[in-house]
Design a protein around this ligand. Sequence first.
Ligand code: F6R
Length: 583
Amino acid sequence: MCGIVGVISEEQNAGILAYKALKKLDYRGYDSWGIAISNGKGISIYRQVGKIGELPKKMHCGNLAVAHTRWATHGKVCQKNTHPHASLNKNIFLVHNGIVENFQELKSFLKSSGFSFRSDTDTEVIPNLIELYINRGKSLRDATRLALKKIKGSFAVILFAKGHNYMIAAKRDLPLVIGIAERKKFVASDLLAIAKKARGFLFLSDNEIAEIGNEAKFFDIGSGRPKFKRFEHLAVDNLESYKNGNKHYMIKEIKECPIAMKNACIQPIELLDNTTKEIRKAKKIFLIGCGTSYHAALFGAWLFRSIAKKDAVAVLAPDLKSYSKLLGKAALVVALSQSGETADVIDAVRLARRSGAKILSLTNVFNSTLTRHSHIKMMMNAGPEICVASTKNYAAQISLLYLLANACISRRNYAKKEIFIAAKQAQETIRENSRIARAISKKLANSKSAFVIGSEENAFVAFEGALKIKEVSYIHAEGLPAKELKHGTIALVEKGLPVIVICTKSDDFALHSAHEVKSRGAFVIGISTEKNNVFDFFIRVPRGPLSSLLTAIQLQLIAYYLAVERKNDPDKPRNLAKSVTVR
Ligand code: F6R
C-alpha cells in the first residue's frame, strides 16, 4: 500500500532521483509522503501530509536518499507519523512498508531500555531496535538483521545510517526490487518507480537483506550467510502509462477495456494447453480474490460450472481457510489479483500450497509476489492500470476465464472469436453510450443510495457495478441478485430510488424485478439488450455470450461520470490504495 524508494548515487542527486521515483508511485493512493537525504555531512528530512508536492531546493543535494508514500494504518494522518522515521539518536533513517504486528510488545521493551518515541506508528520500533543493537556493538547489517528477526508480520524496509555510505534493504512477504544504473543504484517497492532509470534489476527474496553501496551484497536475514544473486535485464518498456489526452486514468482505462479483452487471449499455446489440462484434471476448483477480483472469481466460477461443467466455487480469499479440509492434491486454486500483491490472496495461496493444491495465478503485474507462489502463472496483459479502481483488468479477467472455460470443452477458437466480437462491441458501446451515461450521472449525482440488480451471472456484474459506484462516487450502492430483492431489500425501495437493472436475456428475470421496483416508485435505469417501457433511462448493449461483460463496462462508465459530476478525483478515491498489502 505504501510506496518506498531508496537511492545511492556517486553524484549529489540522490534526493531528486528518489523524489522522481516516488512520484511514479503517486497512483497507488496515499495520505502523506516524506524523504530523508544524506550528503555525507548532514541528514535532512522533509515530511508532508497530502499529495506529493515540490521538493524544497535545500533538499536537492545528497548521495543517499530514502522516500515514502504513507497509507495510514497505525497512527492518524499527520506529519509526525509520516516516514522516514529516525531512531532516538538520529542514527538510522528508515522507510517501511508493512505492519509490525508485535509493535506494542517491542515498544515496551525499547521503553524499558531507555528509548522514547516521536510518532504513534508501529514503524518507529524498527530504527530504534537497530540503534539498540548498534549500541550493543553490532555492525549495521547485523543490527538490522537482529531487529528484523524480532519483528512479526510482513515488511519491506530501506534505510541508511549516519556515517555509513550505503543503504540497507530487506523484505519479508512484500516486494522490493533493486535496480542498477551508471553511477547509481535504486531500491523500490514497485518496478514502475525505477523501470526507466535502471538497466539491470533483481527482486529480493523473502528474508533477504541487501547492503547496497559501491557493490550490492546479499545475505540471509536469519543466518547472516552471504547469498549470490544476479541482476537481469527486464522488458520494462510497457510499464509506463500516460493519460493520452484523457482527463483521468479511469476513463482512459475504461476505453482500453476492448484491447485488454483481446490481449488477455494472447497466451503462449503451451501454457494454455497445460492450464486447460490442470482445470480438466481438478476434482474441485476454488477461484479466489478480493474486491473486483473476487467479483471476477464469482463470474469465473459460474463460467467453469456452466460451460466447462467443473465443480467450481468462488471464495473470498480470506475465507479459503474455512475450506482447508477440502483442499489437497486434487484441488486447483485459481488466484485472481491485478496487482499480485494483495496480502489476503497471498496468505490464502500459501495455505492452499501447504495442502498440496495446485495454484494457478492470473495477475497483471510481472514478477509479482503472487506469481512467485504459483505453480502456473498467466498474465492478464491488460497493461498498467493506474486508476485505483480496477476497470480494464476486470474486463481482461472475465475474457481469460471465458477462454479457459471454453478451452476445457475444446472451444478455444470459438471463445477467442467471441471475445474479439465482444471487444469490438465494447468499443462501440463505450463511444455510443458515453453521452447517456453522463446524463444518468447528472440525474443520480445527488442520490443518497442506489441499487444494481441482475439475475444469474449478471448478479456478479451487479456486485461489481455497485462497488465501482461506491468507490469513486461515494454514493452508497448495493448490488444484488434480482430474485433476492423480494426477500427483504425491497423494503428500502421508495419514490425516486435509482435502481440499475441489468438484462441480457430474452426472458431475463431482472425485468420482473424492474416492474416490482418501478411500481413502488423507483427510478429504473436499464442496461439491456432490449428496450423496455419499464426503463426510465436505457443503455443498449448487443446480445451475445459476453453481453454481461459489456454491461459491466457501462456500469464503469456511469461510476466514472458520477465521480466527475460530484467533483471527486476518480483516479485516487479517498481511503483507498491500489494494492492492499496489509492484512
Ligand atoms: C476495486 C479494486 C479493489 C481490488 C482489490 C483486489 O476497484 O480495485 O477492490 O480489486 O483490492 O486487488 P487485486 O486485484 O490487485 O488483488
